[in-house]
Design a binder for this molecule. Structure first.
Ligand SMILES: [Zn+2]
Length: 269
């Protein structure tokens, strides 16, 4: 949910506000992760280093929107590559190499096609999920999600939720007036909530709406409009969103407090 989208009678989630009995954050971390190198990563990394040469500096990401980014300077090629490509076939890797070497300026069709039909390999998704951190300084997202799940979804959703990472640097690209307060990552099946909301000044009813909004995305998926365009907030979505009991109240709170949220974001850095 990015601003400005979104609460009625207050329903209280008493044990949510402060959570001193928080479980260890990585209670479900796969212990072998720390010892076993990722064989898929080593394989593609070896191939790329061999074919591209010494100047290559390779970083893997779980990013789906930016599948590959390349920076060239002083004989070095910095490549950030999505783990989507860990299971790429030989042709795709061949074309990736050509692209990294600058032999072709456009992202090759094979690479685009591979990315389009691929998801993150399950072991990567599992690792990312094991790092989920739902227990904040003020709010425990797992408890909030559980409460929303019970109230609006008959407890039917299997929810992965985490506080997002603190922004690494100020993003000026999109100006300072936009903030993504919630996000449903379909590849990981993970709801992320912006850390700026982990604050005593943010009412739990508002945070509840952010979570509810993202869970609606999880439940409804993205529909295609008449022209085949993806529609995330179609009429069905908007109707269901208003089912949230404090919808109007929370939207009004957001309107009054958006500037504060935007400003506080920079203090997180
Ligand atoms: Zn949304």
């Amino acid at each position: 949910m990015s601003v400005a989208k979104h609460l009625k009678s207050i329903f209280i989630m008493p044990d949510v506000i402060r959570d001193s009995s928080a479980p260890p954050q990585n209670d479900n971390e796969l212990t072998h992760d720390r010892f076993l190198p990722d064989l898929f990563e080593s394989a593609i990394s070896n191939t790329l280093h061999q074919k591209v040469g010494r100047g290559l500096r390779l970083t893997f990401t779980n990013n789906r929107k930016s599948l590959i980014s390349i920076k060239r300077q002083a004989g070095l090629v910095d490549v950030r590559l999505s783990r989507i490509f860990l299971l790429a076939d030989e042709n795709t890797v061949y074309d990736l190499v050509r692209f990294i070497k600058g032999a072709t300026l456009r992202v090759p069709r094979s690479v685009m096609e591979f990315a389009e039909k691929s998801t993150l390999p399950p072991h990567v998704a599992q690792k990312a999920l094991s790092r989920a951190n739902p227990v904040g300084k003020v709010y425990n997202l797992r408890k909030i999600a559980k409460s929303i799940n019970a109230r609006y979804f008959d407890g039917a959703l299997n929810i992965n939720i985490t506080w997002g990472n603190k922004p690494r640097r100020k993003k000026r690209r999109y100006g300072n007036r936009v903030i993504q307060l919630g996000l449903y990552d379909r590849d990981l099946d993970l709801v992320r909530v912006h850390p700026v909301l982990d604050s005593e000044t943010v009412p739990v009813e508002y945070l509840g709406l952010v979570v509810y909004h993202e869970l609606l995305h999880k439940k409804l998926g993205s529909k295609r409009g008449v022209n085949g365009e993806r529609r995330h907030h179609g009429s069905e979505f908007r109707l269901l969103e208003k089912e949230y009991e404090q919808y109007r109240w929370a939207m009004a709170w957001e309107k009054r407090n958006l500037n504060k949220l935007l400003n506080r974001r920079h203090k997180l850095v």
